[in-house]
Design a protein around this ligand. Sequence first.
Ligand SMILES: [Fe+2]
Length: 234
Amino acid sequence: METIFSKNLERLIKDIKHQEFLTNPLVSEIVESNRISENDVANYVSYNHSPNESYGRQLIYDNGNFKILLMSWKSGDFTAIHNHGYTEWGCVYFFGDATHRLYSVSNNELKILQKANFQKGQVASVCGDLTHIMGNSSSKNFTTLHIYGSNTRKSEVSKDAIVYLPELEREVTTMGSAFLNMDKQLILSEKPMIKAGNDVIADYFSLVKPFYERNGLVSILKNMEKGLDSRSVN
Ligand SMILES: [Fe+2]
């Protein structure tokens, strides 16, 4: 059975498909001009996601070379620190105010580049090597619309996304999901975490702690405390 989309979503998909070569400014312009509302994506809201998924992640459309998802963020929901695999162009449209950190990865070290948050109505560009974390530090639920695409790949555009999990001292790859406390089935490969300074770790733990507390994941919370203690000694 073919999925029926709202007129705005239908037009958004058509406008993206129509382009032979997409860039970040172009996809942002297309999203802005189509004025997608929360009504258009109401069928994909998933605040009641499982605790193994640290935010709601619902696929709206996958054309092979690009896909559209709706993420749902209830209070305390967060991604891990992650990038976007093979994504060559894309964007996020915010239906609410999101907490955000931008990181750099160079010489095998993760550093914070920017702590600016995103506001309702903003469009942010995404590409494969964009490394960031986003989530909901407020008490109000909100959703975000995500588009990831490629001009060269015909499928699995966000495959081999790297997800950094300092609380487990691991770095994993996935098909695109960036959940905290992730189900093992979603992990394609894993290795020890790259270097990260005390400021990066303390800030990260303060952001994701509410998620682990809400789900009673005591052993991971202890790991985080132990990690911070051993770092303050050194
Ligand atoms: Fe992301």
